[in-house]
Design a protein. Sequence first.
Length: 472
Amino acid sequence: MSRTTAPAQADRKDDAAAPAGGLSHGLKQRHLSMIALGGVIGAGLFVGSGAGIAAAGPSIVLAYAISGVLVMLVMRMLGEMSAANPASGSFSVHAERALGPWAGFTAGWAFWFLLCVAVGLEGIGAAGIMTGWFPGTPEWAWVALFMVVFCGTNLAAVKNFGEFEFWFAALKVGAIVLFLGIGVLAIVGVLPGTDAPGAGNLTGDGGFFPNGSEGLIVGLLASVFAYGGLETVTIAAAESEHPVQGVAKAVRTAMWRIAIFYIGSMAVIVTLVPWGDKAVVEKGPYVATLDHLGIPATGQIMNVVVLVALLSAMNANIYGASRMAGSLVARRQGPKALGRTYGGVPRPAVLVSSVFGFGCVLLSYWSPDKAFIWLLNTIGAIILVVWFFIAVSQLVLRRRTEREAPEKLVVKMWAFPALTWVAIAGMAGIFFLMAREEGTRVQLYWTGALTLVLAAVGFVLQKVRGKASEEA
């Protein structure tokens, strides 16, 4: 089977719309737009950014700007390929079309593994908030409850997932818009009870780069991984009413809005709050900022928003993992049973993805210092591996599409191929920076090991099936 014939078959299987045997098309444009906008807004922004601020100080704004440019380039590339060939396997299908089945296998199962572990991590975070509100209740019980709810949501029609994500994302987006509005009023000195801070927090206490280039590097690495999650919209696009138009519009509108939310939030926080304030890490930067402004009940309000962000991410990651697994199976790259669909939903894949996620939670209790830490290190750089596959695939597929079906280029990568190479160079630079830092070097090694194992398995399967096809 050649590389040029395999993708067409994969796409037909992957995007089948028959209710009995394929995915349904129950997502509307408003669902896609909010999934694109809200899917990336999670605990990485609301909580995890505090560690980046503590390391980089005010230069965290520059770190988020640099990584934001990289993310925009990656999403533009992914948007181009997904608009030309919508598939629930997204970048995994594109990698297979461009590089061969081994690449689709590697990118797809690595991302599935990442999402399943992330489901467990988000469940643990959400349970921690609930036990703070209800002391004495066990965390595992809350995680189990969340798993049952979102597993049930994803087992039902895809429009239920879309509705959950729409309202979850709307709340997150509304909270950030309100935060930015309050922050700007405080910065200019018109918020009642506050004085304009000026540039004191940006230039004082060590200056804009208080920890030098090393602090900026740590902040850059933290910001890169906080952007992960945008890929879900191209997975969901295959189940929308109008896949091509849907993904094109969602990608175009989401990128600049997310850049404003992330970079704007970081600018507001470090302008209003001294970067060395321990509350930025302990409470989270958003809560610390609102507490600093003396706005009553902000801590609990932001806890509700963070809880919603975590639950939203759980919901989206179960969805993304199940669709990726279903797509891989449809392309003969996984256990056949996982690919079965019922009522347009890959229910076995939903169940397996949920169970794997809950297993990660149990590992955090049984073996927090060994097995669970190993899981965390293994997923440390997977998002960068996925982005690398996206960039290389786009280099190959853009030329092929221009030759064979130029009318499919509804979304085009800017300044191709120059900016694609710039993105690849940026990813290589981040890999290099991870290798330099002791805290991220282990993650790079474990992620690299997982990627090599998956690539080897995928390559063997490709050879075996190729030989079987020749003999047949």
